[in-house]
Write a protein that binds this ligand. Structure first.
Ligand SMILES: Cc1ncc(COP(=O)(O)O)c(C=O)c1O
Length: 371
């Protein structure tokens, strides 16, 4: 399609979209307070100011009332004219069930809307589906996303007035180097062949170790998590990644029935074990299955020891821990639900290498260790 552009990462796609809208220095973008920090840095890199909307503690998405609250606070500080855009996120693949209302409200207030579909499969894009309501949306094909090409980001411009601008920006974006692309392809093959839920924690450690030492192409460099604008940030998706993208995209649709079966299996197993099941929006195909526990850190530590795959994101409201929040205008005390979710929510895997037996083992482990 003419309005789809392929970038190096999801965050780069967001950067390009914001640039295409022509936002000016010090203008404000409202973003959920429970997200990955790399989705906030592009706002800062463009000289814009992030403000935040807290989430609903049941859905992990930001409801309309939280956008309005933040909007009103900014207006009260005399900066109404600076508010230009909002970002709606479908966390864990759970569709924000207020998307239409939020878009209508934003339209009335002359705000651009961007949907962060990093946790949504791009196969689901289409009329009345996540990603199609807003002015623009972006997707990710990074390691732990609905399907992976190693790294990858896709920008979809729905607002026809800005398609050409995004096209121009994509044109000047750099191509990734050949060595980088080949390395990424080997990482992809290694992941496909060797990754198993049993080795999840081992993989995580090895990947972090090698990536910190610049020995493989990781998701985020150390410099990036320090909030620095890294050289050659605006990059396209490489040719190898693009080929993998079309291959994986097609294949990933075939995994839907299994994913839905696993979601239902978790619903049932959790309920049977007196653990609160997640009430996702109807029609959502989740990326990960979030559950609320009081002893998150303890469970994660035990899971690592017992080789049980359990995810920690988001481990702080602007994930991950230890990243640099300077210049991001973030005050953790203002977003109690985002903070609580980051302290108490773990997530269960739904990817292709999980089967019912493994799901049962994970839920049994949680039942035995949850406070
Ligand atoms: C909600 C959310 N948005 C955006 C991103 C950025 O995607 P990418 O890693 O492809 O830049 C992530 C990252 O993992 C994410 O979790």
């Amino acid at each position: 399609m003419k309005n789809i552009f392929y970038f190096y990462k999801g965050r780069v796609a967001l950067y390009a979209i914001l640039k295409a809208f022509g936002l000016k220095k010090n203008e404000i973008v409202i973003i959920p307070a429970y997200t990955c920090i790399v989705a906030v840095y592009p706002i800062k890199h463009l000289g814009l100011v992030p403000n935040y909307a807290d989430i609903d503690i049941e859905t992990y998405n930001s409801p309309l009332k939280e956008y309005i609250k933040t909007y009103n606070e900014i207006c009260a500080s005399g900066k109404k004219d600076k508010i230009k855009a909002i970002i709606i996120q479908h966390t864990y693949g759970n569709m924000n069930n207020e998307t239409k209302d939020i878009c209508n409200w934003a339209k009335k207030n002359n705000l651009f809307v961007i949907e962060d579909c990093a946790h949504i499969n791009i196969n689901d894009y289409g009329f009345d589906k996540p990603g199609s309501f807003a002015d623009a949306s972006f997707y990710s094909s990074q390691w732990n996303k609905p399907f992976t090409t190693g790294l990858g980001g896709i920008a979809v411009m729905n607002n026809v007035k800005f398609v050409n601008k995004l096209k121009e920006i994509h044109k000047i974006a750099l191509n990734p180097g050949i060595i980088e692309s080949i390395l990424l392809m080997f990482e992809y093959l290694f992941y496909k062949i060797f990754f198993s839920p049993h080795f999840f924690w081992f993989f995580k450690k090895i990947l972090n170790y090698l990536s910190d030492r610049g020995l493989l192409v990781g998701s985020s460099t150390e410099q990036e998590l320090k909030g620095k604008y890294i050289k050659d940030y605006l990059k396209k998706m490489g040719i190898i990644q693009k080929l993998l993208f079309f291959l994986e995209k097609k294949k990933s649709k075939l995994t839907y029935p299994k994913r839905i079966k696993l979601m239902k299996c978790y619903d049932r197993l959790l309920t049977e074990n007196n653990i609160r099941a997640f009430k996702y929006t109807k029609g959502s195909i989740l990326l990960r299955y979030p559950i609320f526990v009081k002893n998150k850190n303890e469970i994660l530590q035990k899971a690592e020891k017992n080789k049980i795959e359990i995810g920690d994101w988001f481990n702080c409201p602007l994930h991950p821990h230890g990243s640099n929040v300077d210049g991001l205008n973030f005050n953790i005390n203002k977003y109690p639900n985002s903070n609580e979710a980051s302290l108490k929510v773990i997530n269960l895997p739904l990817h292709n290498k999980i089967n019912i037996k493994r799901a049962e083992k994970i839920v049994k482990f949680i039942r035995l260790n949850k406070l």
